[in-house]
Design a protein around this ligand. Structure first.
Ligand code: CTP
Ligand code: CA
Length: 226
């Protein structure tokens, strides 16, 4: 009975989750990326699907296992992810931006393999579009959840991101702590809302973190959207 109630919580709701680390190409065989495994986002997509949601997962480079019953779209760069998210944003009711999106990409992408030459090579990079901020600016009734991976001043930086990006919740993790963040199966998160710290979770498996987060998110969505 309880399982049934939980499984129906997001029935009929369209949920968009992004996960993984974007890849920004230098040439056909080289790229810039980061340590994100995609596991947190995949776990969130699964937790939403378990609650009956219609889930689309937009995945950049990842080592996570595919999730059954989730429509997964693979993308490479921050720009690809932006387009894939924007195409689906208007009809989404909940958007969770767990992806580690590159902040910079190479200014030029060589069409053929770059040959070695001089002793030093300087790469010129330019800023990517901030996807979450773009979504925050275009927000109508969507419930918007972002992440903040920090190595210091977690609360201050997380709250700053919440405000700047017009998010409803920011999931902060101190990635300098052992058992948190990139490339591990556990996470230690603190969740922030407009009122400040909402919940502080102990070290848990990413699956458990995802489940606890979805419970908090659905409670808040009900309060906000009825
Ligand atoms: N994000 C995004 N698009 C970007 C960069 C970040 O959508 N180009 C999103 C991430 O998916 C995450 C949130 O913004 O949900 C915070 O990402 P983070 O890297 O912690 O913050 P930044 O705003 O990029 O700031 P900084 O890296 O300087 O801390
Ligand atoms: Ca960043």
């Amino acid at each position: 009975k309880q399982w049934f109630a939980q499984s129906q919580e997001l029935k009929g709701k369209k949920v968009l989750v992004t996960a993984g680390g974007t890849m920004e190409r230098l040439d056909p065989v080289r790229y810039l990326t980061n340590d994100s495994s995609g596991k947190m986002g995949f776990a969130l997509a699964e937790a939403a699907a378990t609650r009956g949601a219609d889930v689309t997962l937009i995945a950049a480079r990842t080592t996570a296992n595919p999730v059954a019953g989730v429509n997964t779209i693979h993308v490479e760069s921050a720009e690809d992810m932006l387009q894939a998210v924007l195409e689906r944003y208007d009809s989404a009711e909940l958007v969770i931006k767990a992806a580690a999106v590159a902040d910079y990409r190479p200014v030029t992408k060589a069409s053929t393999k770059i040959k070695k030459g001089k002793e030093k090579l300087v790469l010129e990079l330019e800023r990517t579009t901030d996807i979450l901020k773009t979504l925050g600016e275009r927000k109508k009734d969507q419930f918007l959840v972002g992440f903040a991976a920090e190595t210091e001043q977690l609360e201050q930086y997380a709250m700053d991101k919440l405000t700047r990006k017009n998010a409803d919740l920011i999931v902060g993790n101190d990635v300098s702590q052992e058992g948190a963040g990139f490339n591990v199966d556990t996470n230690i998160v603190q969740i922030f809302g407009s009122e400040g710290l909402v919940e502080s979770l102990p070290m848990l498996s990413k699956r458990e973190v995802a489940d606890r987060l979805m419970t908090l998110i659905t409670t808040r969505m009900k309060a906000a959207q009825g």
